[in-house]
Design a protein around this ligand. Structure first.
Ligand code: FMN
Length: 414
C-alpha cells in the first residue's frame, strides 16, 4: 500500500514532503500553521490578504485605526476613490508579517505566501507589486498567485533581484487559464515553478461559475498534465480541492501529481486562526449546511457554511478602515448593494443585504465561514468530548495523517 511519504516533491534543488497546506485568508492559515507544515518538511502558506489588519492582530500595530482616522471624513460618502492605501505602510506591514514568520522557520520545508489578485485595494497594480516585492525582500521562499488570472503579475515583479530564484507558482482551475498565463508571461522568460490546479470542491473563492458541480478535478488535472507533457514543459502540478485523505492524495500522485494542496482538514487544527467556537461549527456541519453562493463582491462564487453570520448582514461598508476589495475606480459590489437597500428602506433601523456581503469586515471578524465541500466529514477526523464538543487536532497530527495513512483511513487523536 503506497503512502504519500513514498513520494517527494522536487522544486529546483529542494526535496520536500509533497504536502502543501493552502493559503487561507484572512489569517486562517496563520504563521503557526504554515511553520508547522515547513517543520514537517512540507510547504505551508501564509496569506497576504489584509496584511495591515493581520499585522495589527499579530504585532499590535495600528494600521487600521490610523487609516480610519485619516479617512474618517469620508465614512458617510458612497464615493470611495479617495480611500487609498499608503504603499510605504503596506510594505511595512508585509515586512513584519513575512519577516517574523521567516525568522521563526525551522526544518526542511518551505513557507510560501498566497497572493490574491482580486485584492485590488483601490490601486490593483501598485498594491500587488508592493505586496509581492515586500514578501520577496523579506525572505519568503515562494509566492503563489491566487484569485485571478495574474496575466501581468510576473511582469510586475520581473525587476526584483529574487524574481528568478524565489519559487513562483499560480493557481488555475482550467487548462485555458494556464495557457493564457503562460502566453502573457512568456516575455519575462520565466515559467512558473509549480502550478496548483484547484477543482470545484475547494474552499474559499472558486475559479468556476455557479455551474461548478459540472467540473471534476481529476478531469481538469489529467487535461493539464497531458498538455504539459505534450508541450515538453516540466512544471510540477499540484491538485487541490477535496483531497481529504492520504489515499486521495496517493491517487493523484499515481496520476502524475508532484504534490497535493490541502486546506479544509487544517481548519480544525489548534494552529489555525479560526476562533474555537467557529471551528466547532465546522465540525458539526452536515452536507446540507454547506453552499456555494455569490455574496462575495469579488464576483467569484464562494463556498461557505449557510449559517455564516456574513450572509444577509447589512452593515455599513468599512472601506475607510479596510477597503481591500475596492477596484481601480474605488468601487465594490457590496457598496452598490448596500446603497440600493438604503434607498429602498430609508427608515430601516437594521438593513439586510442578501446578494452581497462586506467581505473585508466579515473575514476580519471570522464571520464568513468558508470551507471545502468535504467540511462535513471533519467530525470523522477527531473524537468527541463528553460535553458533545469535538476535540481540536494538532496540525502535526493532520499533516502526519496525510503523509502516512493508507486505505482511506483517517487516524483519530490518541
Ligand atoms: C477557510 C479557507 C480559506 C481559504 N482561503 C483562500 C485564500 O485566501 N486564497 C486562496 O487562494 N485559496 C483559499 N482557500 C483554498 C485553499 O487554499 C485550498 O486550495 C483548497 O481549499 C483545497 O481544498 P480542500 O480545502 O478541500 O483541501 C481557502 C480554503 C479554505 C478552507
Amino acid at each position: 500500500m503506497k503512502r504519500v511519504d513514498d513520494f517527494r516533491l522536487r522544486l529546483g534543488s529542494e526535496e520536500l514532503v509533497p504536502i502543501v497546506v493552502g493559503g487561507m485568508g484572512v489569517d486562517i492559515s496563520t504563521a503557526e500553521l504554515a511553520l508547522e507544515a515547513a517543520r514537517r518538511g512540507g510547504i505551508g502558506h501564509i496569506s497576504d490578504a489584509m496584511v495591515p489588519t493581520v499585522s495589527d492582530r499579530r504585532f499590535n500595530t495600528k494600521y487600521v485605526k490610523n487609516k480610519l482616522r485619516q479617512y474618517k471624513f469620508n465614512v458617510a460618502s458612497s464615493q470611495k476613490a479617495v480611500v487609498q492605501f499608503d504603499l510605504g505602510l503596506l510594505v511595512e506591514a508585509t515586512a513584519l508579517h513575512v519577516g517574523r514568520t521567516m525568522e521563526a522557520k525551522r526544518g526542511e520545508g518551505l513557507i510560501f505566501i498566497n497572493c490574491m489578485e482580486k485584492l485590488t485595494m483601490n490601486a490593483p497594480r501598485e498594491t500587488l507589486r508592493a505586496r509581492i516585492n515586500a514578501a520577496l525582500d523579506n525572505g519568503i521562499d515562494g509566492v503563489t498567485l491566487a484569485a485571478g488570472l495574474h496575466l501581468g503579475s510576473f511582469a510586475l515583479i520581473e525587476d526584483h533581484p529574487r524574481f528568478r530564484d524565489a519559487k513562483l507558482g499560480i493557481i488555475v482551475s482550467s487548462l485555458r487559464a494556464l495557457q493564457l498565463f503562460l502566453k502573457k508571461s512568456a516575455r519575462t522568460g520565466r515559467l512558473p515553478d509549480y502550478v496548483v490546479i484547484e477543482g470545484p470542491l475547494a474552499g474559499g473563492h472558486l475559479g468556476f461559475g455557479m455551474d461548478w458541480a459540472k467540473y471534476d478535478l481529476t478531469r481538469i488535472f489529467s487535461e493539464i498534465r497531458d498538455w504539459i507533457k505534450a508541450e515538453q514543459l516540466a512544471i510540477p502540478l499540484i491538485p487541490a480541492g477535496g483531497i481529504f485523505t492520504g489515499s486521495d492524495a496517493v491517487a493523484f500522485m499515481d496520476m502524475g501529481a508532484a504534490a497535493v494542496q490541502v486546506a479544509t482538514r487544517f481548519t480544525v487544527s489548534s494552529e489555525c486562526g479560526l476562533p474555537e467556537d467557529v471551528q466547532q461549527e465546522y465540525f458539526k456541519t452536515s452536507e446540507n449546511d454547506i453552499e456555494v453562493n455569490t455574496i462575495s463582491p469579488t464576483g467569484y462564487p464562494m463556498r461557505m457554511l449557510k449559517s455564516s453570520p456574513a450572509i444577509g448582514a447589512g452593515i455599513r461598508p468599512n472601506c475607510e478602515a479596510f477597503g481591500y476589495l475596492l477596484d481601480s475606480s474605488g468601487s465594490c459590489q457590496y457598496i452598490e448593494a448596500y446603497n440600493r437597500e438604503v434607498a429602498l428602506h430609508p427608515d430601516a433601523k437594521k438593513l439586510r443585504v442578501m446578494d452581497k456581503t462586506c467581505l473585508c469586515t466579515h473575514m476580519r471578524n471570522f464571520d464568513c465561514w468558508t470551507c471545502g465541500q468535504y467540511a462535513y466529514r471533519l467530525k470523522d477526523t477527531t473524537r468527541q468530548n463528553e460535553d458533545g464538543s469535538y476535540r481540536l487536532l494538532s496540525a502535526e497530527h493532520i499533516f502526519r495523517d496525510y503523509q502516512f495513512s493508507t486505505d482511506n483511513k483517517i487516524a483519530l487523536p490518541d
